[in-house]
Write a protein of this length. Sequence first.
Length: 185
Amino acid sequence: MANQGGLQLLPETRKKIEIITPGENRLIIAGGIVFVIAAILAGGFSFYANSLEDKLTALDTEIIALEQKRDKQAEQNILVFNKQVSMLSGLLANHAYWTTAFSKIEGLLQNQVQLNSMTTSLSDSKIDFGATALNYTTIARQIAAFLSDESIEDIALNRVSTLTNGRLEFNMQIVFDKSKFLKSR
């Protein structure tokens, strides 16, 4: 058709003009992939949030059920008992153990000394006793035995008199340290 009736309307060689942009579909594909990933993540987060809300609702119902089972009067009694026990344990920790003191005196008492009377005073940290001994040497050993104990601070020998049977009657006062003498071992 190049030449019909002397007129040439179209050029003899025809060229097609095509514009090809390399990677024009890549952007659309990348956007689609990002959209799909975002949609999957949003769905996963939504599912996870719903499961957490369901767990929270289940825990709330369990808490409400446990709250209804509580015996508040018994709990109050337990709290009062706990306070009383803590006060009692403090009292017991500071308790004076006279059995400990009497055991110490018994252990320190000489074989030839017999106690006749004993008076104790916790507020004065003193023990007064009357006793009999065989002789003055026994009384001296008794004083030395009491002074050998670190919980005894001082000894006072008040009166010594001779009995008709030859034994000596005496009165002695022991001053002791409360923190050592009356505490449980």
